[in-house]
Design a protein around this ligand. Sequence first.
Ligand code: SF4
Ligand code: SF4
Length: 359
Amino acid sequence: MFENTLQIKKLMLDHTSRCNLMCPQCGRVSKDQKINPGMPITDLTLQDYKIILEPFTNNKLDQIIHCGNFGDVIASPTFEETFLYSLDFTKTIRIETNGSARKPEWWINLANNGKEKLSVVFSIDGLKDTNHLYRIGSNFDKIIENATAYINAGGKAEWQFIEFAHNYHQIDDAEKLASELGFTNFTVKYTARFQDTKTQVETRKGNIVKNKDSHVSQDFSSIISQYKNFDDYVANTNITCKFKKDFRLFIDMDMRLWPCCWFGGPKYFADKKHTKQWKSFKYFLDLYGEDFNDMRKYGWSVLQHEFFQTYLERSWNNPNDKYKRIYTCGRTCGQKFEYSSGYGKNWNTKELNHAENRV
Ligand code: SF4
Ligand code: SF4
């Protein structure tokens, strides 16, 4: 995938599996709305950061991205020291958070430490009466208080809004509020997980939110007409690796190196044995051993492992009985269907303008 660390420009970290919320579709929450028992509750440490960042002295990385596969980085007890340490290794840092943990003074401090390197993405899916419907346990007033403190201290902030049937009608008002509070961006993210949400909803201003199901359904129908079924498409489609294209890699909260964030999930899924992804994962974990990608054991030499140097590319372009196609790759990076909510047609980002999102 990458020959050496010099080719890596971005690192995405799932720093922790801790969070103060319980969003129903999150990997850290099981179907019965409890903490996922298959997920270790753990954090990356300062020692881990020393291993991870050693090749990137003098700001060689373009970006460190703190995403939330299983947790929210600001909820981690090791966040402060690792954040301060990482500032010397990257040109920018992006933190994606629900924004409801910590006090305003903490957020002011974060803005002062992060200065122009840092941008924070606040994931707020609605307003006071709706955000908590998916972001279970969140307090809208506290989020706004925290975001305001951070922005007023000079911090750069983006409001990221996942659309649901229960919040479509609030997009205009949320965008307006974001602008008033000083957020620099407002992004709207469509999640294909909620196919049963309404497809056309009028906002309070009378705009019709574009039918978001249409491109998913159309693309899906097109696939089904060309392949036997979706699994046949996954097995045979041409693949363009999103992370390779972006010179990016992913490290999980247990210090495992993965080619991307979608690989960072299946090992810890609550009901992994029943997923199609796990079948592929079990195959290559049996082939290479559970610890083949453990950076605490092997550091960056993990990148030289056959999995990264040969298996992945062969599985995309020329799979055989050894280098089998991995379900996650065909599903996520097949060229004819945009599965992920964070990419392509499912992702609209504008500087406080989501006009393209409407008819
Ligand atoms: S805020 Fe993020 S990490 Fe926390 S439960 Fe929700 S989706 Fe998961
Ligand atoms: S799913 Fe596979 S092809 Fe897609 S970004 Fe991840 S490793 Fe690359």
